[in-house]
Structure formats: structure tokens, C-alpha cells
Design a protein around this ligand. Structure first.
Ligand code: GLC
Ligand code: CA
Length: 554
């Protein structure tokens, strides 16, 4: 086993260049602005960034509709600025992952324009066409209610084209070897410019068979190995983090039995049951989800997240479970999206309750995998429900009490900065939180610092402890002769739990609290008896603080 797989113990921070910081005052965030904030990110302690799409794009799906894979959106800067940025990140030891959106292009991409214009164009077969409207054209939409169909008639081509997402995002014919070669070329290009890998968008659809006659799409998993092989040949420590909201029984198809496909996957199964647990204080489905997603190759890793730039997709919960999460965190129609999810940011979902926010992030940092934090969450930023669809949780970063939260000097930010009310930049901003030792930001910085010193979570084997209380999740990790143990009380009232632990080697039975001074000794019955306040959490080391003297090399 390679010891220094960096993504196993990374802290990932995801952001959009366009809403982070605007250096040239045109109202749109840019790479220069992001560069100037690298020290902020370094100070927060994150070790990797995931950048949302920043390539040339008409911007009808926040950049997920690309019209040139080899160019930076001019509003964000130039390729030169991009390289300055990756260099600046590297100097601070921060890795950069970028979105790889190759299931579809923008309909304004020259390939598509050429394809529709000329049936003999070489690009015609880069997309999926049908002479007639396929019978199943009104099925398989990813954005139901907003998107009416997966096939749209093109007046120029005089044929129908396939689009899994919005109609302005024609699907690429990813089975076409020429398209596959281009896809590798795109990866090769950005890897050369200093990125450490890709967050691959919509992976199940990228590898799916597509076509008018395809009624039961099939995933062509072998493609995943080709992507990985190419990437690792070019730069050995680069990775792919797959966005694949799939059932646990196919997880290993994505990781590859020999760890020869995707390095990382977002754990959507755990994400949904985590929100169910937060809503109901019933941690059983969460434990089950962890169990079902436990299997992964030694080099594979889960990405653990709370909220991201999309809606909180609850599609994998049962109807009654989903309803409970809606009732707790998004009861109004305007909170919900696509009939299956909640579009709010985390802080407003939890009514800004600091205890619950800490509980949620403490879980994110200690569930099996690598945490992926969303920009602004370190401040407890809110959302703007007057904005359409998912834009509501994509508002500019709130830096200070200066006009527009210090995001821009322009009076017209690309997306309005949240102003006024409990989540406005006047109250929620980085500058003020820096000065307050008890702020969310400083809490986050401290917990990240601690999390980096508990590599057991990223690397170790976990087991769910029997705490005797469904509201209290107990997790233990073992790795290289060290062990860490975490307790989370999801109920709002205090709970007392009792359990015994396995001692490592010749160490004693103490549980050393890493966040405060109340350590625990086993009682005469050999059990630890711990009382946790409502929404409380505990991070312990098993045995003494001499654990590092006892850590083994294997
Ligand atoms: C993924 C992205 C989402 C985007 C879609 C189409 O689901 O997360 O934001 O709209 O792909 O590219
Ligand atoms: Ca700008």
C-alpha cells in the first residue's frame, strides 16, 4: 500500500471562481481575486481546492455548459492567470482539482454547431441524433419539472438530439473513440497546467450507452480504467473524484476491484441518511449506509460532504424518510427542488443553530472518508431563495462589512450578495469572524487542524459501536496501532451512553478527549459511561497521548 496517497487525508474546499473574489471590479470573481485569497484558504487549513467549471461558457448552467474546453472564461482571466493561480496554490501546499464536464457540451460549442450544420461533418457523430422523436423522449430527465424532455428537435439539423440535462447541453457520444480521445486530451491539457486531478461530472451518464434505440442504458465501466490509466501515466499522483449518485451495489464497479478505476467518489448514500439522522435523531439508516458503502479498495476513498452547489438530493430515501427531512429542513415549496431535494444552504436549514452546525460538521469531518467543505460554510453563510433553482446557494463569498461584503468594488455583482437579515454580509463575514475567537470560522479552523492530526479517519478501518442509543452514533477507527473514537448525540436533549472498548496493546483504558479536558476512564464494570449534552460531540483517542510513540509503520 502506498503510504502517501494525499487524498486519503485531505481537506477539500469547493468554490466558484466567479463568486469568490473580484479583483478587477467588473462584478465577476476572477483568478486574480482567488489568488489574493489563497492565504485565507491556507490559514483555514484546507489542503485541496475543487474549482467549479471556469472554462469558456455561455453560463446558462453556471459553467456546466462548456463551449471551449481549452480556454478560461475571459471574465475570470486568462490561461496565464490560471497558471499563476495553480502555482500560487502549489507554493502553499494546496492541491487543485477542477471540474471535468464531458458528458455534454454547450449547444454553442463549435463541435455542436458544426454537427448540426452538416450531416457529413466529422462532429455529427460526436453527438446523439435521431430522425424521429424517440418514444421514450419524455423519460430520464435529471431536472424534472424544469426540464420537459431528453430529446429536442433541432431545426438546423432537422433531427432530434439527446440531452440528459438541459436542452442547451447536448450529450456527447462518449462511445465514439474520437470523443474519448478528445476527452483524454482535455485531461492532459489541464494536468499540464498544474492541477492534481478532476471532479468528474455526471460519471454514470458519461459511461452510459446512449441512443434513440437504447431503452435500457448500460454503464461501460471499462472506460473508467482508461481515464485513470491515462491520467496516472501523465502525472502519477493525480486523481479522479467521481460524481456518481449510484446504488451501493455498483460502487465497486466505479472504484474497480483492484482499485484501478476512480480514486474517489462522493458518498451520496451517506449524505442522504446523514440528513435523515440530523432531522430525526435516528442514526440507524446512517449506520446502514456506512455499512453498505464500507467496501472499497485500499486506495479508494469516499468524499464526505454536507451541502454542495446543487440541491440536497434526497432521491434515495424512502418517501416517508424524505418527508421527514423536508418537514425538518425545507417544509416550504420554495425550499424544495425537482420534487426530490432541498436547495438551501446548511446554516438556514439548521436555523442557524450553532450547536447543530457544529454537530453536522463534526460528523462530516469524522465519517469514513475525506471531507469536502463548501465555500462560505465556514462562516455559516445563508441562501437567497429569490434566486432561481440552485443559484440560491451560489451567492458571493462574504468577506467583510465593506459594500457588497468585500466581494467586489462594482455596484453590480454577478449574483447579488446576501444583504440584510440574519445571514447578510453585515452580520456574517470573514473579517469579523476572524476577530472573534468563538466564531464559526475559528471553530472551523481549529477542527480542521485537529482533523488533519487524526489520519485514522481517512486511512483506517471503522466500526460502528453499540452505544445502546439510536440517537448516539459511536464510531471507532483503527490504523497503525492507533485508534480514535467519536461520539455524536443527534438528539436535542442530553444522553448517557455506556460501552466497553478494545484496548490497544499495553496502553490503558482511557479515552483522551481531543477537544476539551473531560477524559474518560472505564468504570469498575469495564465500561465507559459518558453523558453528552444535546447535539454534543466527542473526539477521543483510545489510550494515552503517547499514541504517536506507538504508531507502527504498517
Ligand atoms: C452535475 C452538476 C450540476 C450540473 C450537472 C450538469 O450534476 O453537479 O451542477 O448542472 O451536472 O452538468
Ligand atoms: Ca472580475
Amino acid at each position: 500500500m502506498i503510504k502517501d496517497l494525499w487524498y486519503k487525508n485531505a481537506i477539500v474546499y469547493c468554490l466558484s471562481v466567479g463568486t469568490f473574489m473580484d479583483a478587477n471590479g467588473d462584478g465577476i470573481g476572477d483568478f486574480q481575486g482567488l489568488m489574493r485569497r489563497l492565504d485565507y484558504l491556507h490559514g483555514l487549513g484546507v489542503t485541496a481546492l475543487w474549482l467549479m467549471p471556469f472554462q469558456k461558457s455561455p453560463g446558462r448552467d453556471d459553467g456546466y455548459d462548456i463551449s471551449d474546453y481549452y480556454a478560461v472564461n475571459p471574465a475570470y482571466g486568462s490561461l496565464g492567470d490560471f497558471v499563476e493561480f495553480t502555482h500560487g496554490a502549489k507554493q502553499r501546499g494546496i492541491r487543485v482539482l477542477i471540474d471535468l464536464v464531458v458528458n455534454h457540451t454547450s449547444d454553442e460549442h463549435p463541435w455542436f454547431q458544426d454537427a448540426r450544420r452538416d450531416p457529413n461533418s466529422k462532429y455529427r457523430d460526436w453527438y446523439i441524433w435521431s430522425k424521429k422523436r424517440p418514444a421514450h423522449a419524455d423519460t430520464g430527465m435529471v431536472f424534472p419539472s424544469v426540464q420537459k424532455s431528453t430529446w429536442t428537435h433541432d431545426s438546423r439539423a432537422k433531427e432530434w438530439y439527446f440531452h440528459r440535462f438541459y436542452d442547451f447541453q447536448p450529450d456527447l457520444n462518449t462511445s465514439n473513440p474520437e470523443v474519448q480521445a478528445e476527452l483524454l486530451k482535455i485531461m492532459g491539457f489541464w494536468i499540464q497546467l498544474g492541477v492534481s486531478g478532476f471532479r468528474m461530472d455526471a460519471v454514470p451518464f458519461v459511461i452510459s450507452t446512449k441512443g434513440a434505440d437504447v431503452t435500457k442504458p448500460r454503464e461501460q465501466y471499462e472506460m473508467l480504467r482508461d481515464f485513470r490509466e491515462f491520467l496516472q501515466w501523465r502525472v502519477g499522483d493525480s486523481i479522479i473524484l467521481a460524481e456518481a449518485n449510484v446504488l451501493p451495489r455498483t460502487d465497486m464497479q466505479y472504484f474497480g476491484d483492484d482499485g484501478d478505476r476512480m480514486h474517489m467518489m462522493f458518498n451520496f448514500q451517506v449524505n442522504q441518511s446523514l440528513f435523515y439522522a440530523l432531522a430525526t435523531a435516528d442514526t440507524r439508516p446512517l449506520a446502514k449506509a456506512m455499512d453498505k458503502t464500507e467496501a472499497r479498495p485500499a486506495s479508494g476513498q469516499w468524499g464526505i460532504f454536507l451541502r454542495n452547489h446543487d440541491e440536497l438530493d434526497l432521491g434515495r430515501l424512502s418517501e416517508t424518510q424524505r418527508q421527514k427531512v423536508f418537514d425538518a429542513f425545507g417544509p416550504h415549496k420554495e425550499d424544495q427542488l425537482y420534487g426530490r431535494g432541498i436547495r438551501r444552504r446548511l446554516a438556514p436549514m439548521l436555523s442557524g443553530d450553532r450547536r447543530r452546525l457544529e454537530l453536522a460538521y463534526s460528523l462530516m469531518f469524522t465519517l469514513p472518508g475525506t471531507p469536502v467543505l463548501r465555500y462560505g460554510d465556514e462562516l455559516g453563510m445563508g441562501d437567497d431563495l429569490s434566486l432561481p433553482e440552485r443559484t440560491c446557494c451560489r451567492t458571493p463569498m462574504q468577506w467583510s462589512t465593506e459594500p457588497n461584503g468585500g466581494f467586489t468594488k462594482s455596484g453590480k455583482p454577478i449574483v447579488p450578495v446576501i444583504s440584510g437579515g440574519p445571514y447578510g454580509f453585515e452580520h456574517v463575514n470573514a473579517a469579523e469572524q476572524r476577530r472573534d475567537p468563538n466564531s464559526m470560522l475559528n471553530w472551523m479552523e481549529r477542527i480542521i487542524r485537529m482533523r488533519k492530526e487524526v489520519p485514522e479517519v481517512g486511512w483506517g478501518d471503522f466500526e460502528v459501536l453499540n452505544t445502546g442509543d439510536d440517537a448516539v452514533l459511536g464510531l471507532r477507527y483503527d490504523w497503525r496501532n492507533n485508534a480514535a473514537l467519536f461520539l455524536h448525540n443527534l438528539a436535542h436533549e442530553p444522553r448517557e451512553v455506556a460501552f466497553s472498548i478494545r484496548i490497544i496493546g499495553d496502553s490503558d483504558d482511557r479515552l483522551i478527549n481531543l477537544l476539551s479536558a473531560d477524559h474518560s476512564h472505564a468504570g469498575d464494570n469495564g465500561k465507559h459511561c459518558i453523558c453528552i449534552e444535546g447535539y454534543g460531540y466527542r473526539w477521543y483517542r483510545v489510550g494515552g497521548l503517547d499514541y504517536l510513540l506507538k504508531r507502527t509503520d504498517f
